[in-house]
Design a protein around this ligand. Structure first.
Ligand code: HMG
Ligand code: MG
Length: 315
């Protein structure tokens, strides 16, 4: 059954105090598939990306140029980029942790990359084999040379709302790390709730702390994992604060293999359902997304964690 048949209104007037349009930054092919217990075959990854482009998404985070032993699920990054059916108007950013990753991305003809930092010492060590301070030395040459090569570079910041080893993370520590990434030349900073513990009040407080440091919401994106079921509420809080780029993952796949208790990302279908209900434009076709996630769930051998996918497919 399609979204319209179950009563989703065609279009409602945009709610006041919310953006008219949101850019969906789809991370399923990267964040989703990096956390699978098995390696998804290359041809399935390529079809996944094709289907997501068909569903109207214009930003598809495709893979990572990280160490293949650290993330074997994405060890086929070169083959994936070579086999990609690139569409006009669609961006295919990839994750790059260091100079070696940049070289691989340049050789693959990639135009958009993202570096990924941690707001905490422990996760910097576990995820990057670096330290909170030392990690910036990894990114400096990536930013300098990547920008010189004409790349568009995003910055991710993980553990912005809580860390499984360090507990609560002070907002000033998060802001300081985020400002560093922006000063290095990232065009946008995506605030990661890597383990899905944030609540809307915390989101508002962190965005206010960035505002006090001179970072306006138009330079920020939000990246919520849904471990505690707060991802949609947190997204709405961020939209009310003026954020207009939201990361999500088709079918709600995702998680970081180096972050304890991280579950899937905010599902793109759940996000789209809410945006439609709020009259916010996004450009995605919900039925095509649901069909894609149902197809992927079959490939992965388990139902999608997305509530909207489950409701519309009766799974
Ligand atoms: P390291 O072991 O410290 O690397 O790992 P190294 O610099 O010491 O180099 C050791 C060897 O690795 C060398 O080879 C390098 O060439 C090679 P050797 O000389 O021994 O033959 N090497 C590489 N090979 C391929 N690609 C590379 C690369 N770099 C070095 N890029 C490293 C450091 C950063 C590489 C490692 O820690 C790593 O790959 N980490 C990635 C972890 C990861 O991908 N995590 C998931 C993504 S982050 C995330 O999910 C969070 C996010 O979603 C936001 C949120 O939710 O909060 C973004
Ligand atoms: Mg993530």
């Amino acid at each position: 059954m399609g979204a319209r048949e179950v009563g989703l209104p065609d279009r409602v007037p945009a709610s006041s105090g919310l953006p008219r349009r949101v850019r969906i930054w789809e991370v399923g092919p990267r964040d989703g598939l990096q956390n699978e217990a098995t390696v998804v075959p290359l041809e399935v990854k390529l079809e996944f990306l094709d289907r997501l482009a068909d569903a109207g998404l214009d930003t598809l985070e495709a893979t990572s140029f990280v160490h293949p032993k650290w993330v074997p699920q994405l060890a086929d990054a070169e083959q994936l980029l070579a086999g990609l059916n690139r569409r006009d108007g669609v961006r295919y950013p990839v994750l790059v942790p260091n100079r070696k990753g940049l070289d691989r991305a340049l050789a693959a003809g990639v135009g958009q990359i993202a570096v990924f930092a941690s707001a905490t010492e422990t996760f910097a060590k576990r995820n990057l084999n670096s330290g909170l301070e030392e990690q910036f030395a990894l990114f400096e040459p990536v930013l300098a040379d990547g920008l010189a090569a004409g790349m568009e570079i995003r910055g991710y910041l993980s553990m912005c709302f809580g860390d499984p080893w360090e507990g609560a993370v002070p907002a000033e520590q998060v802001v300081a790390a985020g400002v560093r990434l922006l000063e290095l030349g990232c065009f946008q900073l995506s605030l990661g709730d890597t383990i899905g513990v944030a609540t809307p009040g915390q989101v508002e407080a962190l965005l206010a702390a960035f505002g006090a440091a001179g970072i306006e919401p138009d330079r920020l994106a939000v990246h919520f994992h849904d471990t505690y079921g707060q991802a949609l509420s947190n997204t709405l809080a961020a939209l009310r604060c003026g954020v207009t780029t939201v990361d999500s993952s088709a079918g709600g796949l995702g998680g970081c293999p180096y972050a304890e208790s991280a579950t899937g990302n905010l599902a793109t279908e759940d996000l789209v359902w809410m945006l439609d209900g709020l009259g916010i434009e996004h450009g995605a076709d919900l039925d095509a997304l649901v069909a894609t996630s149902a197809w992927m769930a079959q490939r992965l051998g388990r139902p999608s964690p997305s509530r909207v996918v489950r409701a519309l497919t009766g799974s």
